[in-house]
Design a protein around this ligand. Structure first.
Ligand SMILES: CC1=C(CCC(=O)O)c2cc3nc(cc4[nH]c(cc5[nH]c(cc1n2)c(C)c5CCC(=O)O)c(CCC(=O)O)c4C)C(CCC(=O)O)=C3C
Ligand SMILES: [Fe+2]
Length: 537
């Protein structure tokens, strides 16, 4: 637990409402006093101290916790910050994972925070970690990534330190922010280990920082901005292009005909409603300015899609029978959704199908919207097109390829993006395929979800089906990726114009500031988040 608890730091601030500086210096003193205890505590890192959801949005704020230049840019209607900012530290924000058997359940409690999932159920998920000594490879990978990024920035003449902070395990995001503050840094830039839009991949990191500022009491003393989503940045995509080319050539050399090779681009499945909320076709939206009308437009389109999913889903949930026992009661009161999975799983039940149809006349539209409407899927499709196109040029062949999903969780009646990678692999022999290449396009490193779900499960499915199997690399420590991340930091340090920013797909460079309401969560839609416009303005 942090010594700078929100309660204490707020009391200090309130006791001297006239001077923010007095507040900060008082805080600095208390930090010095307690720094030893604090260092010991951070070193111990056993007590899970994930920040509470304490951040409150203050009326009239354009971008929560943003530096002055970013605020000014947004007020002027520019979602790309085209002015230099003297960032003095980078925070590498990631997911975190357990470091040993004792950490596994506390880590999973953090991941599932607020949903009261019983420990017995968490033990089921824990198996993947248990078999690996309770250790997730992700922490080690991120430590190396942090070091590599810092070295790359230093070698370019930017003496800017990089701190690692995780959502679900030590070092936590708020600890990284505190550490940077103690070292004298005030203007922070966040780099996340996720390339795409969406609640888990983008918005939740932005909320983590809003919470961290509140939790540490450093709001007003420290600002945090975030680099753009980098799904189409050459530094992210080129490693995939190179490794897929190699894998494909290897299969050709082994005698597989091009028409018999299937390339499966895989990413993390997410609830369909999260995909719908991740944003509409941004090409149209971004063509306009950040006017109130545009913002309202985005909101109303995505709300209509989500409402469509919700209404179908209520029917599905009621005809689907009882909600599985492990689902905590509060999930039942959340909006529910449906999709192809409900339709498939209940294909034999006329009641259910009739009931779904009576809920809405546009079930097909809703299902199609779930799968294709959201920006999360759209960004993946573009990234895949860029990779596939370049690999086709290099190998002189057309690829058979598909976007598939992995790592679905949650109750069965809640629809997530489909198809599942294993279901698709099972269909491949019937389509004449002899080999499958799995490209983890949704991931940055070989963490547990890649190792377990792909190298273990998907590989076993392919073996069962008699298919040759290659899983290509994630960018991880590939120098092109490290240079790409450094480029993304550098473009913010320099204020590179939107037109000058590299992007390999038609969507172009994603905005530095997320549009109002993008990627919000159904349970806490207005939760403050950095680097985004609150919907009230
Ligand atoms: C989009 C996305 C990414 C990619 C973007 C990013 O990288 O941020 C990602 C990454 C990761 N997800 C990870 C692990 C887990 N994700 C879970 C649960 C969930 N993920 C979701 C989505 C994503 N997740 C969702 C919608 C849920 C269910 C709802 C919820 O619970 O919020 C659960 C709970 C148990 C379960 O439900 O299976 C675990 C343990 C690890 C660590 C691996 C390691 O340790 O090496 C990593 C990198
Ligand atoms: Fe996950």
């Amino acid at each position: 637990m942090s010594l700078l608890t929100p309660k204490n730091s707020r009391q200090v601030c309130e006791s001297d409402a006239t001077s923010a500086h007095a507040c900060i210096s008082e805080k600095t003193e208390s930090i010095c006093e307690h720094s030893r205890a604090q260092a010991e505590e951070i070193a111990a890192r056993k007590a899970p101290s994930a920040p509470a959801n304490s951040a409150e949005l203050h009326p009239g704020e354009y971008v929560y916790g943003a530096c002055e230049t970013v605020g000014r840019s947004v007020r002027a209607g520019n979602l790309w910050v085209e002015e230099p900012v003297a960032y003095d530290a980078v925070i590498l924000a990631s997911f975190g994972g357990p470091d040993g058997q004792a950490d596994v359940v506390p880590f999973l409690r953090n991941v599932t925070a607020g949903r009261g999932i019983p420990d017995e159920r968490l033990e089921e998920v824990a198996v993947h970690y248990r078999l690996n000594g309770g250790v997730s490879p992700i922490n080690e990978q991120n430590m190396r990534l942090r070091e590599a990024l810092e070295e790359e920035l230093n070698s370019r003449g930017f003496t800017i330190p990089v701190y690692l902070g995780n959502r679900n395990w030590a070092p936590y995001t708020h600890e990284a922010v505190e550490e940077a503050y103690r070292a004298g840094h005030r203007t922070l830039l966040a780099v996340t280990t996720s390339a795409y839009s969406g609640y888990s991949s983008c918005r939740q990191y932005r909320e983590d920082f809003a919470n961290a500022l509140e939790h540490t009491g450093l709001r007003g003393a420290v600002t945090v901005d975030k680099i753009r989503e980098y799904f189409n940045h050459p530094g992210f995509l080129t490693p995939f292009i190179e490794d897929l080319t190699q894998a494909y050539v290897r299969l050709l050399e082994e005698g597989h005909a091009p028409k018999n090779i299937e390339v499966l681009f895989t990413t993390h499945s997410i609830p369909c409603a999260d995909n719908a909320r991740s944003g509409p076709n941004m090409r149209a939206v971004l063509a306009g300015s950040v006017s109130k009308n545009t913002v309202a437009g985005i909101d109303s389109i995505s709300e209509r899609v989500v409402a469509g999913i919700d209404s179908v889903s209520e029917c599905a949930a009621s005809t689907h029978g009882t909600i599985p026992e492990h689902v905590p009661s509060d999930v039942g009161s959340e909006p529910e959704y449906t999709t192809t999975s409900v339709v498939h799983h209940n294909a034999g039940s006329k009641d259910c199908v009739d009931s779904i149809h009576s809920c809405t006349t546009t079930i097909e539209d809703v299902v199609a919207a779930c799968q294709e409407y959201g920006l999360y899927v759209q960004q993946h499709r573009e990234a895949i097109d860029a990779v596939r196109g370049e690999v086709e040029n290099r190998v002189g062949q057309r690829l058979n390829y598909r976007l598939v999903y992995q790592s679905r969780s949650g109750p069965p009646h809640v629809p997530w993006l489909e198809p599942d990678i294993n279901d698709v692999i099972e269909e491949l022999p019937g389509q004449g395929r002899t080999a499958v290449v799995v490209v983890p396009i949704g991931f940055v490193s070989d963490h547990m979800e890649v190792l377990w779900d792909l190298d273990n499960e998907a590989r076993a499915t392919a073996a069962k089906c008699g298919l040759a199997f290659i899983r290509t690399a994630t960018p991880e420590l590939n120098p092109m990726f490290i240079r790409g991340l450094a480029d993304l930091v550098e473009e913010r340090l320099k204020g590179t114009s939107r037109a000058q920013r590299p992007a390999l797909t038609p969507l172009g460079p994603a905005p530095d500031i997320c549009p109002a309401g993008s990627c919000r969560h159904s349970r806490r839609p207005e939760a403050p988040a950095i680097a985004g416009i609150p919907s009230e303005i």
